[in-house]
Ligand binder design. Structure first.
Ligand SMILES: C[S@@+](CC[C@H](N)C(=O)[O-])C[C@H]1O[C@@H](n2cnc3c(N)ncnc32)[C@H](O)[C@@H]1O
Length: 266
């Protein structure tokens, strides 16, 4: 699972592998807590008009539709046509009416003041112009209505491999290359304030990776670091062996911190 590929998902052969990875991630209890908090603080309720920016294949969008009920209206937008197709298929199978469409977060195809709630999760980290996306979210929000953003900080990745020097080099390479904005949460509060958002609240959870997800993800980080010349072949072998041994004992302990920002539009 290479997270950086989300930047151009249509170029990825195995969309299904990404869907499985996102589903596994979605199952993490601490992330579910943060999503629940995002719905509560983000003003999600029956009858509301809600936009999910970078909705993927609609894992959370369908929960929003459930909460908005028949009097509400939920829209989901994503750059990936494959994801939108899958989102539509799932909504249809569940008998839910959700307005999905492809588009770009930095040029939202909605009128000014269209929504009561706008939320985005794990998308701003991939954007080269975060402010443009935030401005667009502000534009499509009704005055004083809620934005909710959930994003990780890649510098908070941890894993209990015993060679700490090697671990730091592998994780440093991930921080530098995985996404466009590895340290985004540290800048979001000021970015929201600069755009005139008020009542900014921040919460966080350290997500604990399930064993399989951790094994696959951290294994790929070793391969990436090797391919980039940051570690040697021997070091990658040692990295993979360490992961295999931990996994065989069901003993991988790996985490990443996610942050929720909620605020009121001007
Ligand atoms: C890690 S996935 C998260 C999907 C979903 N929010 C979730 O939490 O399950 C990142 C999503 O951002 C989308 N994305 C990336 N850049 C985008 C852009 N400029 N505009 C809209 N969507 C974008 C990708 O296609 C992908 O679906």
């Amino acid at each position: 699972m290479e997270l950086s590929k989300f930047k151009a998902l249509n170029d990825v052969d195995s969309v299904n592998a990404y869907i499985s990875a996102l589903e596994a991630f979605d199952g993490i209890a601490e992330l579910q807590e943060l999503k629940e908090l995002a719905r509560a603080r983000g003003g999600v309720a029956a009858g509301k008009s809600i936009l999910d920016v970078g909705c993927g294949f609609g894992l959370e969008t369908r929960r929003l539709a459930e909460a908005a009920g028949s009097q509400g209206k939920v829209h989901g937008l994503d750059k990936s046509a494959d994801f939108i197709k899958e989102a539509q298929r799932r909504a249809e199978a569940a008998g839910q009416s959700i307005a999905y469409q492809t588009g770009d977060a930095t040029a939202l195809p909605y009128g000014d003041g269209s929504f009561d709630c706008v939320r985005a999760e794990r998308i701003l980290i991939y954007l080269s112009d975060v402010s443009a996306a935030l401005s667009e979210m502000r534009r499509v929000l009704k005055p004083s209505r809620k934005i909710a953003l959930i994003e990780p900080d890649f510098s908070t990745n941890t894993i209990n491999t015993s060679d700490r020097a090697l671990t730091r080099r592998v994780l440093d390479h991930e921080i530098e290359t995985a996404v466009e904005n590895s340290f985004l949460p540290g800048f979001l509060k000021v970015a929201l304030k600069d755009l005139g958002f008020a009542n900014i609240e921040v919460s966080s959870r350290a997500l604990i990776f399930p064993q399989d997800l951790a094994a696959g993800y951290f294994s790929s980080l070793g391969v990436n670091a090797l391919e980039a010349g940051k570690i040697t072949t021997n070091e990658n072998e040692a990295w993979q062996t360490a992961l295999d041994e931990l996994k065989a004992q069901n003993a991988i302990f790996a985490t990443i911190s996610y942050f929720l920002f909620t605020a009121d539009a001007p």
